[in-house]
Design a binder for this molecule. Structure first.
Ligand SMILES: *Cc1c(COP(=O)(O)O)cnc(C)c1O
Length: 375
């Protein structure tokens, strides 16, 4: 047995879409990206979605649009992937790390309020593993304090929280299509908002400062009119080369169609895990998973003898991981570390277990069997 921790679920539908792109001989920013953006906005029920080449890029740009003065502070969970906090540093802002809620592992709202001061300008909640941050409590507090909210939705894809899609509660939502996420484009990301005015510069930010539709421009090169300025563009701001391309969007369009099915399979696997581990001594689910309500990008447990169990599972060909080492412990972020006592200690119990849509029942049973057989 060799069971992967994460695996993208790819097939002939993706290949067919890529072939279309090849036939058109257009693989850069183009019609597929436009279509994928439109479909993603429809899927979430939001006003605008803009495709970029990663969630890291989307988090970077999302913070930029507010033009916060250098040195202001942003509240961010310590338990998250590097990008949530590097986006803050890219913007010359200061991350203020917040401890985790002991039950859900999302940002602890009490600790968040404790760490707030007048220099704080924004909050970046992460829907950790796919479990929703309590946006219904967070948003009123953020509004009262005049803070902007950017949701890191890298672990979720279209889940509703209290009837409203995650990613549309805050000012801006950022999604990831990296290969380990709920759906993939190889690498890719999406910036969404219900306030198109807020995103007015995002297309320029993602394409070195130029806000022009490449695809339409190329068509215009051979339009038979008397306009000699079809090539013209203006650069008004300092942008990046962060655009999504048509190959990525070709994969994304096929993945989006399969997403409900892939998510249903993930939920099935999580139910099997929860059922299988419920009576094992020294093992508890990572958080109160609700596979009927939400989709999860990862599954894991908290284990008393974490390292021994990990080594044992490795010996059985079962890949494991730990998500994450709290950022407040990482050397890069040491200068900004504040006490996140709970998560810095508790993360030593975390084991991430294999979860992806192509995992078979037999493989899940094998993993459960060996968690049981560990002594
Ligand atoms: C994966 C991930 C990101 C970054 O996504 P990329 O698309 O790889 O840049 C950001 N935040 C979280 C929580 C993630 O898991």
């Amino acid at each position: 047995m060799n069971i992967r921790l994460f695996k993208p679920s790819l097939g002939k539908e993706e290949l067919e879409n890529i072939k279309e792109s090849f036939d058109r001989s257009w693989v850069g920013l183009g019609p597929n990206v436009n279509e994928f953006e439109k479909k993603w906005a429809e899927f979430l029920g939001c006003k605008e979605a803009i495709g970029v080449n990663s969630a890291t890029a989307s988090l970077h740009i999302a913070l930029m649009v507010f033009g916060f003065p250098e040195g202001k502070k942003v509240l961010v969970p310590s338990l998250t992937f590097a990008s949530t906090a590097t986006a803050i540093l890219y913007n010359k802002l200061i991350p203020v790390f917040v401890d985790s809620n002991p039950i859900t592992l999302g940002m602890d709202l009490e600790d968040m309020k404790r760490k707030y001061d007048e220099d704080v300008v924004a909050i970046m909640p992460v829907h950790f593993a796919g479990h929703p941050a309590p946006m219904d409590e967070l948003m009123p507090w953020a509004r009262e304090k005049g803070l902007k909210v950017i949701e890191d939705c890298a672990h979720t894809s279209g889940a509703l929280y209290k009837g409203k899609a995650l990613g549309t509660w805050g000012d801006i939502g950022c999604f990831s299509f990296e290969e380990k996420k709920l759906m993939t484009t190889g690498d890719g990301g999406m910036i969404v908002s219900n306030d198109p005015e807020l995103l007015k510069d995002v297309k320029a930010y993602r394409w070195v400062g130029i806000d022009k539709d490449n695809w339409k421009t190329a068509q215009a090169y051979t339009d038979t009119n008397k306009d000699a300025m079809h090539w013209f563009y203006e650069i008004n701001l300092l942008g990046f080369k962060y655009n999504m391309n048509d190959l990525a969007a070709a994969i994304g369009l096929a993945q989006l169609q399969k997403l409900p099915k892939m998510n249903a399979r993930r939920s099935e696997i999580i139910r099997m895990y929860l059922n299988g581990i419920k009576d094992i001594k020294g093992i508890k689910p990572l958080l109160p998973f609700e596979p009927e309500q939400y989709m999860y990008q990862m599954f894991g447990v908290r284990a008393e003898n974490r390292d021994e169990l990990m080594i044992y599972l490795k010996s059985k060909g079962i890949a494991t991981g730990c998500h994450y080492t709290p950022l407040s412990l990482q050397p890069l972020f040491k200068p900004f570390a504040e006490n996140c006592d709970y998560i810095e200690k508790e993360a030593n119990k975390f084991i991430t277990l294999p979860l992806h849509a192509d995992l078979t029942n037999k493989e899940v049973e094998y993993v459960i069997k060996h968690i049981k057989s560990f002594k």
